[in-house]
Design a protein around this ligand. Structure first.
Ligand SMILES: Nc1ncnc2c1ncn2[C@@H]1O[C@H](COP(=O)(O)OP(=O)(O)OP(=O)(O)O)[C@@H](O)[C@H]1O
Ligand SMILES: [Mg+2]
Length: 422
């Protein structure tokens, strides 16, 4: 409502009308000046004509009226000029505002129509500034929204890429693991084959013996049967072990394992061996001694077995790489170097500690703070994605635990995994 009345008032402002008023003022002033001149003229004529009778009254009246007319005329002209100048200033203001210049304004004081219009114009200028600001804010908000949408899309793509890389990393782990498993499983299978072959031979022997059975031989048969039974027990035990290895491998391949009571020493030992054999299968020249110092009291702890295995696997993989790097740096003072990885478990009152230590290249202090960051790696692209420790860290945190890395560059690296006992 207010803004409409402002516009109405502004509509009253017409430069032509102001110009007409100026012209009228000047004409009126000029007329009044002419009246004064005429009066002065008559007055002096009168002085000359009427001097004889000495009467100056008529002349004085004419002079007074003429003087008054002059003052009024001059004032009218001055007012007309001032009004004209203010009207021009207003017109300039309105034009500049129309062109979008909202910084320009002309201060006006007084009680007249132009001042009232100037007040309205100022009010309108303020409103326009507010509207412009509002538009700017709206534009910024919509730009921001657009940028936000863009970022969300990029983030979604990033998540997708990350998922793909994690999947690739898992597949790579699985590849190494399969090589490790192949090696691991060969041992129990060899045992099983040897013992079943031996059992076969014993059975042949048994058949022959039974045919010529007498008392003494019956004793011998009893002996053979005992041996067969013992062999079968071993075959069963190794078969179970092979089965467990395959199960662990499968639980490592997929995620979402269950928390269950687990023989920690067995998991640590098995997965370290899987990592070593996996690395060895890929790099036959790898040399490494694995020394185990496993706490006989470590016992059963409730964990996701495959996941904890994965933590050990990643750490031992890193140790294989770090020790091999150092071994290959012969000539750099490492000629008598013997690559070693120590595995240690220790059951404390309320937690379990697993330590994986190697005497490899070590970690420089300036990168120590980054090693758990996803995708942080110092290895060439075909040798590492930088996800191993980040995944290990996620797993240990999921178990409510933590990993503390310790290192002396050129000397050793030790990862201390601490898991609360549930
Ligand atoms: N035992 C270690 N000795 C020396 N440096 C290590 C050791 N373990 C980790 N690092 C450093 O930490 C970095 C990150 O390790 P992480 O296991 O997360 O990734 P990666 O081994 O480089 O790649 P990925 O495990 O995905 O194959 C490594 O690149 C290496 O610089
Ligand atoms: Mg790694």
């Amino acid at each position: 409502m207010k803004i409409e009345s402002d516009f109405l008032k502004l509509g009253l402002f017409s430069p032509r009308r102001q110009g007409n008023q100026l012209n009228l003022g000047i004409i009126a002033g000029t007329l009044l000046a002419a009246v004064f001149t005429a009066l002065v003229f008559f007055a002096f004529n009168d002085v000359r004509g009427e001097a004889a009778d000495g009467s100056a009254t008529w002349r004085n009246i004419l002079l007074a009226v003429g003087g008054l007319a002059t003052v009024v005329g001059v004032l009218t002209i001055l007012r007309a000029i001032t009004t004209g100048i203010r009207a021009i200033a207003m017109e300039v203001w309105i034009r500049r505002m129309g062109e979008g210049d909202l910084d320009y304004k002309v201060p006006m004081e007084g009680e007249d129509e132009i001042t009232a219009i100037a007040d309205s114009l100022e009010e309108l200028r303020q409103r326009s500034i507010r509207v412009v600001r509002l538009n700017l804010v709206e534009k910024l908000a919509s730009d921001l929204q657009a940028k936000n949408d863009e970022l969300e899309e990029v983030l979604a793509q990033l998540h997708q890429a990350q998922d793909q890389i994690v999947t690739r990393q898992k597949l790579a782990e699985l590849g190494e693991l399969t090589a490790g498993v192949a090696h691991e499983i060969k041992n129990p299978l060899n045992f099983m084959r040897n013992f079943s072959e031996a059992t076969d031979e014993l059975l042949v022997e048994l058949r022959e013996t039974i045919e010529e059975l007498d008392d003494e031989d019956r004793k011998a048969v009893g002996q053979i049967v005992d041996d067969i039974a013992s062999n079968l027990m071993r075959i069963e035990a190794h078969g179970l072990r092979a089965d467990r290895i395959v199960n662990d491998m499968l639980s490592l391949g997929g995620s979402g394992g269950k928390f269950e009571s687990t023989d920690i020493n067995e998991i640590v030992s098995l997965f370290a061996s899987l990592a070593y054999n996996g690395s060895k299968a890929m790099h036959p020249e790898l040399q490494l001694i694995i020394q185990e110092d496993l706490d006989p009291n470590a016992g059963e702890v409730t964990v996701i077995a495959g996941d904890i295995g994965r933590v050990v696997l990643n750490m031992v993989n890193n140790s294989c790489y770090a020790t091999d790097e150092k071994r290959l740096a012969v000539g750099d003072g490492y000629d008598d170097y013997l690559p070693i990885v120590w595995l240690q478990t220790e059951r404390r009152r309320d937690r379990l500690e697993i330590r994986v230590r190697d005497n490899g290249t070590g970690i420089e202090p300036d990168i120590m703070g980054k090693i758990f960051n996803p995708f942080f790696t110092t290895k060439p692209t075909d040798k590492g994605t930088g996800l191993g420790l980040s995944l290990a860290n996620d797993i240990v945190r999921e178990h409510g635990g933590s990993i503390e890395p310790k290192s002396q560059p050129g000397e050793y690296t030790e990862m201390v995994v601490s898991i609360p006992i549930r």
